[in-house]
Ligand binder design. Structure first.
Ligand code: PMP
Length: 437
């Protein structure tokens, strides 16, 4: 096999970031907590792939279910047709989700889940005769995937600037995280819930009766693990309810056990109107996402002749049988292994381990919750990603996989992690940070 020496050719064709223009690190197999490289090295997975392999790699039940499904029914159209596993998975998912988030719309990725949820929100208001509600509100430093809706409501200006045209009528709540205020916070910051009141500023600015939905990640993941202060999400919920605005939680990362509960909805006890998921739904195997909607939203489309509108939306691969089989086997694996509560059981050990790096001079902030964590480094002037990226390269050399975003190291290991892996991860990371200094 020839080894391409320019990873950007197929991974990030538009990147201006020369750091990617180098030989890729080749992963050839994986099992449990470890990847294996083409030069026979074991790499401890500190990021569950891309925040998705929550049950670790090559789980037998999932492998078997996918093989068996391929043998039985490989594909079924989702329009005017169905197959039993699509309904079985939907009902299992609805049971897992608290409150009346009982309805599931299948997608193929987190990005598609976001587009779907935004469209459902707009269609819902129209179905109720409130078609003037067209504005969408995201949050600065929010990440909601790569499609037009997602980058528009997403709070990363650099992700938007290459493309010129975005959705109109979008605004952003000021972001939640103030490192200077919350420095080295363990778990949930005590103060800062009033940052949610920035939504009231936007309501005053735009007229709340023109706002369709607010979308936030309960814990922002990709932009550096930003934990909401105590009471913040409740406050957002209250403002949305007061003004008739739908609240969407993007749980593409926080879903399926990451925080020590099945979903952030359970963890924070705040009920949104729509929830987007993907990643952990099939343990990173067959691409699949799901949007959850409340009874109220569902009924606006499905009951009452005057409310009957067609939601013209759906994908060729929505509810694909092989993906559904993978999803069902994944949920069984999470339950059998007790992974939804692993973040509680190991949470303190994890927290202590993440914060054990606080004494290193280059470390500016540390954050953690459940089995997710971030170590924010002091940036080198003029090249703000260099330090973390060097850490990533050195860490891979030393046998651990970490993720970086700007100068932040993010960690979200498979939930099957044990204390010995946590020791390996942070022991190695300490050596890495000392070496790159
Ligand atoms: N939303 C959130 C919160 C995410 O973290 C991600 C992916 N990191 C997405 C959406 C997009 O998911 P995908 O890459 O599957 O399209």
């Amino acid at each position: 096999v020839s080894r391409p020496n320019d990873l950007s050719a197929f991974w990030m064709p538009f990147t201006a970031n020369r750091q990617f223009k180098q030989a890729p690190r080749m992963l050839v197999s994986a099992e449990g907590m470890y990847y294996q490289t083409d030069d026979n090295r074991q790499i401890l997975d500190g990021t569950a792939g891309l925040w998705c392999c929550n049950a670790g790699h090559k789980r037998p039940k999932i492998v078997e279910a996918v093989k068996a499904q391929m043998d039985e029914l490989d594909y079924a159209p989702a329009f005017q047709m169905g197959h039993p596993k699509a309904f079985e998975l939907a009902s299992r998912l609805a049971q897992l989700m608290p409150g009346d988030l009982n309805h599931v719309f299948y997608t193929n990725s987190g990005s598609e889940s976001v587009e779907t949820a935004l469209k459902i929100a707009l269609a819902y208001h129209r179905a109720r005769g409130e078609g003037q509600r067209t504005r969408l509100i995201g949050r600065e430093r929010g990440y909601h995937g790569v499609n037009f809706g997602g980058i528009s409501v997403g709070g990363i200006p650099t992700n938007r600037k290459t493309f010129g045209t975005m959705l109109g009528g979008v605004d952003h709540i000021r972001h939640t995280h103030l490192p200077e205020q919350n420095g080295m916070t363990r778990g949930i910051p005590e103060h800062g819930a009033d940052l949610a009141d920035d939504l009231e500023r936007l309501c005053a600015l735009h007229d709340p009766s023109t706002i369709a939905a607010v979308i936030v990640e309960p814990v922002a993941g990709s932009t550096g693990v930003l934990i909401p202060p105590k009471g913040y999400l409740e406050r957002l919920r209250n403002i949305c309810t007061k003004h008739g605005i739908l609240l969407i939680f993007d749980e593409v990362i926080t879903g399926f056990g990451r925080l020590g509960a099945p979903f952030a909805v359970d963890y924070f006890g705040v009920q949104p109107d729509l929830v987007t998921t993907a990643k952990g739904l099939t343990n990173g195997t067959i691409p699949m996402g799901a949007v959850f909607a409340t009874d109220t939203i569902h009924d606006a489309f499905m009951t009452g002749p005057e409310n009957m509108i067609e939601l013209f939306h759906g994908y060729t691969y929505s509810g694909n049988p092989v993906a559904c089989a993978a999803g069902l086997a994944t949920l069984e694996t999470y339950e059998e292994d007790g992974l939804y509560t692993k973040g509680q059981e190991l949470g303190q050990y994890w927290e202590d381990a993440v914060h054990s790096l606080a004494d290193l001079p280059m470390v500016k902030d540390i954050r953690n919750l459940g089995l997710i964590g971030a170590i924010e480094l002091e940036s080198i002037e003029g090249f703000p990603t260099k330090r973390a990226f060097n850490a990533f390269l050195k860490a891979f050399e030393k046998g651990i996989l970490i993720r970086t975003t700007g100068d932040i190291i993010a960690l979200s290991p498979p939930l099957i992690i044990e204390k010995s892996h946590i020791d390996q991860l942070f022991g190695t990371l300490r050596d890495v940070l000392k070496e790159i200094d």
